[in-house]
Design a binder for this molecule. Sequence first.
Ligand SMILES: [Mg+2]
Length: 232
Amino acid sequence: MGENMVQDGSLALFDIDGTLVRGARCHYQAFVESVKKFYGFEEDISGINYAGKTDPQILREALELGGFKEEEIKKNFRNCLKFMVQYYLKNVHKENVRALGGTEELLKTLQHEETLLGLVTGNLKPIAYAKLGRVGLDDYFPFGGFGSDYAERSLLVKKALSLARDHYGFEGDRIFVIGDTPRDVEAAQEYDLITIAVATGSYSESDLIRCGADYVLKDFIDKEKVLDIINP
Ligand SMILES: [Mg+2]
């Protein structure tokens, strides 16, 4: 699927952590090291429910919890995120990430069915692709909305949508946002998109039903179940 091709099939926008992959110790370590370097602070994000939040959002909350004032936060914020990427790329060979069951088969089939695939993830863009590269899933996603674009998740959805329309000629209205947290669902609901929530992250199926997801799945192991929703 090249650029400038008019697409009227489906568009599927995937989250990464808890949705396509599990385990990201190196990402966590990159976070800890960069906060230590720029804020001299042994941060502890155990007090934050960070599932579904963007990297800049988590960084800001950790610093606020650590008692930092707005101007101190702002001063090194960009450099801190930049260092997080450098650290991650340098250490990605140690990343313990693995693909969740069924993801590769699902993506392969969706691509074959000419579903346009993109990402909506709070990961900074280089971290997102390096992480997916560890499990061979990076090539499925030519574009997306990333934590490096905005701190607010709904703006990442907006970004991915405009790229799909402007760069990939997508003209359809079957647009799916697929993620593992209520935050993924809420961000997509702002644009009236169809939401698929999968209980492979830190939320159960009943949590995800409660937040109003259009479809809730246990996992992607039964590929047909997902395909029946996206390309019936
Ligand atoms: Mg997630």
